[in-house]
Write a protein that binds this ligand. Structure first.
Ligand SMILES: Cc1ncc(COP(=O)(O)O)c(C=O)c1O
Length: 458
């Protein structure tokens, strides 16, 4: 029997569907390694790391509790509003050292949307102090998700999340993302066309009115959209030529997800600003950051300049202590090395899913993968009714029956995504892919695809 959410409003959910007699609500109460357990005692492998957050899985609570307790007993709280704590200073120094930009400065937040908005406001102030206040616009990409608070929502490229909320706070033009499925250009022509579109957009808007381009190293929404070779170098060159700043939104791609501290380095990118959250504490505390190059931060250090942004809990010392321990654990447990070593294995297992009729494309990197679901051999797209039946009607329940937490999504085309904890073993990754395969086989049969057999529960 399902659990009633009672007074709880669920985020991004059809709340009415969970009323008594409706859908079962997944209520998780315990975790161990990459596994989570619901209130009925059922075990699932968390193939999504709780929405791309729990990089270390669920067995380090004691470790984090120890550093949190020490900090709570020493000093439970102080802000970063013109004061600081030793842990916030230490964490900023550590992140600055890991970031690819020179002399980076770190502004702490409580989560991803706040990091994106902090990045925007620091960029705006940079230009105002530098005497270019007319740079008020941004460029971002179609279908990209950069958060849903009103500033970040402007950058998000999913129309249905934005339409009810009025004009965007940040005037933003959205350009094509890096989805190459169904595109028959070769990689270099594809890349050149994407960059040319950005050039045209900048020219149309007025080059000196654009403050920043926001892009994820690997775009999540749309299903793990890998950048073509040369894309990030091209973005850098365009930004330099027009005096525009380049922001890598690493809220998902960062903190080891792609086998690097910051995914942008995997693609040879050199941003001016990096935004992080989620994996910074492996989700053991709510914390994010905007990491800003020394050059971008420089105007903020000029005589008499006040940074006009602040968040009470940004840099919370308990969260900072947890984040520092998280970074240490990454090193002690060789987490980045694990992702790099097992990526080829995971890639091979995922690629094998292409043999299923419902799978049109497999894409991703690190421990971050998507399969795109198609209705026929011509890679036809499911229509709105079919997506409703498949992605909301069938997949969520069937995935859970298979003992897997994964994400079925159609902000762009129809995809299922996995992002397992970064310390998973090869056997645990196999378990994730086996459960995904069983679900996809049944999904094919459910949608009446030719050649799709059905399994019994995985
Ligand atoms: C790339 C990216 N940026 C920003 C955000 C917003 O983060 P939050 O939900 O912590 O506000 C997300 C959330 O998933 C994200 O994926």
């Amino acid at each position: 029997m399902g659990v009633d959410p009672g007074s709880l409003l669920l985020h991004f959910a059809r709340n009415g569907a969970f009323a008594p007699g409706g859908n079962d609500l997944l209520v998780l109460e315990r975790g161990e390694g990459p596994y989570v357990f619901d209130t009925q005692g059922r075990r699932y492998i968390d193939g999504l790391s709780s929405l791309f957050c729990c990089q270390l899985g669920y067995s380090y609570g004691g470790e984090f509790a120890r550093v949190a307790t020490e900090q709570l007993e020493r000093l439970p709280f102080n802000t970063n509003w013109a004061t600081a704590t030793p842990v916030a200073i230490e964490l900023a120094g550590k992140l600055s050292g890991l970031a690819p930009m020179e002399d980076a400065r770190v502004f702490f937040t409580s989560g991803g949307s706040e990091s994106v908005e902090a990045a925007w406001k620091i960029i705006r102030q940079h230009f105002v102090v530098r005497g270019e206040p007319q740079r008020t616009k941004a460029i971002a990409r179609d279908i990209a998700y950069h958060g849903v608070t009103l500033g970040a929502l402007s950058l998000t490229g999913v129309a249905r999340f934005k339409d009810p909320f009025g004009p965007p706070a940040i005037p933003t033009t959205h350009v094509s993302n890096t989805n190459r499925f169904r595109d028959d250009r070769d990689e270099s022509a594809f890349c050149a066309d994407l960059l040319a579109e950005i050039e045209r957009t900048i020219a149309a808007e007025g080059p000196d009115t654009i403050a920043a381009i926001f892009a994820e190293p690997m775009q999540n929404a749309g299903g793990c959209l890998v950048p073509p070779d040369g894309y990030w170098a091209g973005l850098r060159e365009i930004c330099d030529r027009h005096g525009i700043l380049l922001v890598a939104d690493e809220v998902i791609s960062g903190m080891g997800r792609l086998g690097e501290w910051f995914g942008v380095t995997r693609y040879g990118g050199m941003p001016d600003v990096i935004t992080i959250a989620k994996g910074l504490t492996s989700a053991h505390a709510a914390m994010g950051a905007a990491i800003v190059s020394g050059r971008v931060a420089a105007p903020l250090f000029e005589d008499g300049v006040t940074l006009l942004h602040g968040i009470t809990f940004g840099g919370h010392p308990v969260s900072a202590a947890i984040a520092l321990r998280n970074l240490e654990l990454f090193e002690e447990e060789r987490v980045l090395e694990n992702v790099r070593a097992l990526e080829p294995h995971l890639r091979d297992r995922m690629e094998e899913l292409r043999e299923l009729p419902i799978v049109g494309d497999v894409r991703g990197g690190g421990f971050f993968w998507a399969v795109e679901l198609v209705r026929d051999e011509e890679n036809g797209r499911f229509d709105a009714d079919e997506r409703e039946r498949l992605l909301r009607g069938f997949m969520p329940g069937r995935l859970l029956e298979a003992g897997l937490i994964a994400r079925a999504d159609d902000r762009g085309d129809s995809v299922v995504q996995i992002a397992p904890p970064l310390n998973c073993t090869a056997e645990q990754l196999d378990e994730v892919v086996a459960a995904l395969r069983a679900t996809l086989v049944d999904a094919g049969a459910h949608m009446g695809l030719a050649g799709a057999g059905a399994t019994v529960a995985a």
